[in-house]
Design a protein around this ligand. Structure first.
Ligand SMILES: [Zn+2]
Length: 566
């Protein structure tokens, strides 16, 4: 679910192994094609074992938490990076990409490899500087503790105060202290931005943001146009949802709505839904067998996951990573999930999510797809699939169809629907801030970023800036350092999820209202997913896959329709 986790999924899945076969009736060999096939074959022979080793080392390190396993993981990753950084190989690949390739699958493999190698073509000296600077900022981040009344607070203590405290001056003090990391890291962060830009310019891009999007087969113009459209469609429902939340918050604090400031929300950035509506979704899962529910659900739709479960590590133990992720170890069906299941709604959602990644993997991408392309189309499409399945944990119809008895199904459904709606709306407005801020940050790190941050927060999230505040509050968001130019993919994943779900409701479930479609026991849903979403692997880019699956380009209409129907 988390960023670190899902970038792992991406990293591990990037490369392949099976040779692209020459068509039997190819006649005289085309010199361009022969050269391309040779390159791809050599790449697979060299890189596949490195990838396999890196994936296994990563898995082991996350299970054991041992220093030696983390060392092995880092060494494996360095060997893989070194193979992809080879300038001679990249020069050959560039020449091949400039040639004429008539086989579309081969051309696609070359394009995918080109982007993979391009990312690593930064001079080792500059790369060392970037890594050192990023590590320095992350270290300062990890070492920083908010200090209130002479006492240090951990991150989770900060969160607890913002979630639970009724003491307004204390909330304000804690919120301000949590932003105190900004001035500590801001100068280094700007240096990091300049270094990243230097690397991007050496590769021929105007800045690092433009490069990152290019590497992900996106452009700033296209993504911004999509976000503008999303802004239009979500503005009114967001305003309405936020008015409801604000009224409850203000009432709870005994103040007027216009007195609400950032510290009255329940997390440091208002990226999550404040817990102002009485909702207890956990009670439904207290006695439930989450693993069995997952097993039954996925088997019922024709996408069984028993083999994944058998290879997975699913419960808490000492040293183990507290997060959750799914990884495809070898692109031959060895797919595993790391999790820490306890019987509550969060872990029901998380397991549906991670197993959504698991079904969209080499388990269900056919072996005939050449190895380089035998992976998900894009990070946004696999996130989309995972999020599509995840949503059922808050759906009373789904639970009842799965045989879980609810004390009050109607109350559960209302609470679940409100939570889902608020969560998506709040997250979408937060993503607007992140995308637009990061784009501007890399465009000009010397502009007045303090003011820009709050301009964006006020415009898109509707949260009023504190009076006379002039501080680098943007620099208190770690993702700007550790997962740059990445957030928008989660939002685009949500759009993909909604669009695929609406297509299933229309084409597979005979035009049922998408809000009522729960898939339970319907094998046609699995058949649709295999055929229309999984089968192409990476032979199609994200937008071509969206057209293949839904008949339309990726767009926010289905996502927005879900807010209008209620
Ligand atoms: Zn995920």
């Amino acid at each position: 679910m988390g960023l670190r986790v899902d970038s792992l999924f991406r990293t591990v899945l990037l490369m392949g192994m099976i040779t692209i076969a020459t068509p039997a009736d190819a006649g005289a060999p085309d010199p361009d094609e022969a050269r391309a096939r040779k390159f791809v074959d050599e790449h697979v022979a060299r890189v596949r074992p490195l990838e396999h080793a890196a994936a296994l080392a990563w898995w082991d390190a996350n299970i054991s938490g041992k220093d030696e396993d983390f060392r092995r993981k880092e060494e494996a990753q360095n060997r893989l990076d070194a193979a992809l950084a080879d300038p001679g190989r990249f020069a050959e690949l560039k020449a091949i990409r400039g040639g004429r390739l008539t086989d579309p699958v081969l051309a696609r493999a070359v394009e995918v490899l080109y982007l993979t190698y391009l990312e690593k073509q930064v001079s080792p000296d500059l790369l060392r500087k970037i890594t050192a600077k990023a590590n320095a900022v992350e270290k300062a981040f990890n070492a920083y503790r908010a200090r209130v009344d002479g006492r240090e607070m951990t991150d989770s203590e900060v969160r607890r105060v913002l979630k639970e405290s009724k003491d307004r001056p204390r909330r304000k003090a804690v919120w301000e202290a949590s932003k105190g990391v900004g001035p500590v890291v801001a100068a280094d962060l700007k240096d990091l931005v300049r270094l990243r830009n230097e690397a991007a310019r050496a590769l021929g891009f105007k800045d690092f943001h433009a490069l990152q999007l290019f590497l992900n087969e996106q452009s700033q113009e296209r993504v911004l146009a999509l976000f503008d459209e999303l802004d239009e469609l979500t503005r009114a429902p967001f305003r309405e949802a936020k008015a409801g939340i604000d009224a409850r918050l203000a009432e709870g604090f005994g103040i007027g709505v216009d007195e609400l400031r950032p510290w009255h929300y329940h997390d440091p950035f208002f990226q999550e839904t404040p817990a102002v509506f009485a909702t207890d979704l956990d009670a439904a899962y207290a006695g439930a067998d989450i693993l069995k529910l997952c097993r039954d659900f996925y088997a019922g739709i024709g996408l069984p996951i028993d083999d994944v479960i058998a290879r997975s590590d699913l419960y808490e133990k000492p040293g183990k990573s507290p997060h959750a992720f799914c990884t495809d170890i070898n692109r031959e069906g060895d797919v595993r999930v790391l999790a820490n299941i306890v019987p509550n709604e969060y872990w029901m959602a998380t397991m549906l999510h991670e197993l959504g990644h698991a079904v969209y993997s080499s388990k269900n991408i056919p072996e005939r797809i050449p190895y380089v392309l035998r992976t998900e189309s894009h990070i946004l499409t696999t996130e989309g699939v995972a999020m599509m399945f995840e949503k059922f944990s808050k759906d009373a119809d789904w639970l009842e169809a799965m045989g879980v008895r609810l004390a009050d199904p109607r109350a559960f459904d209302e609470a679940g629907a409100t939570m889902r709606r608020n969560k998506l709306l709040i997250f979408s407005r937060w993503c607007q801030v992140m995308l637009r801020f990061e784009k501007a940050l890399y465009e000009d790190p010397d502009r007045d970023l303090n003011a820009l941050w709050w301009d964006l927060v006020e415009t898109y999230q509707g949260v009023r800036r504190p009076e006379r505040r002039d501080a680098p509050d943007y620099a208190s968001k770690i993702h700007i350092v550790s997962a740059p130019a990445y957030y928008h993919n989660y939002m685009m994943g949500e759009l993909f999820a909604a669009q695929v779900h609406h297509t299933i409701a229309r084409e597979v479930l005979h035009g049922i209202d998408p809000a009522k479609a729960n898939y339970v026991g319907n094998r046609a849903v699995g058949a649709f997913m295999k055929d229309r979403v999984f089968a192409p692997g990476k032979t199609l880019g994200w937008n071509a896959l969206t057209r293949h699956a839904t008949g339309e380009d990726l767009n926010p209409k289905a996502f927005a329709a879900d807010f209008q129907s209620r």
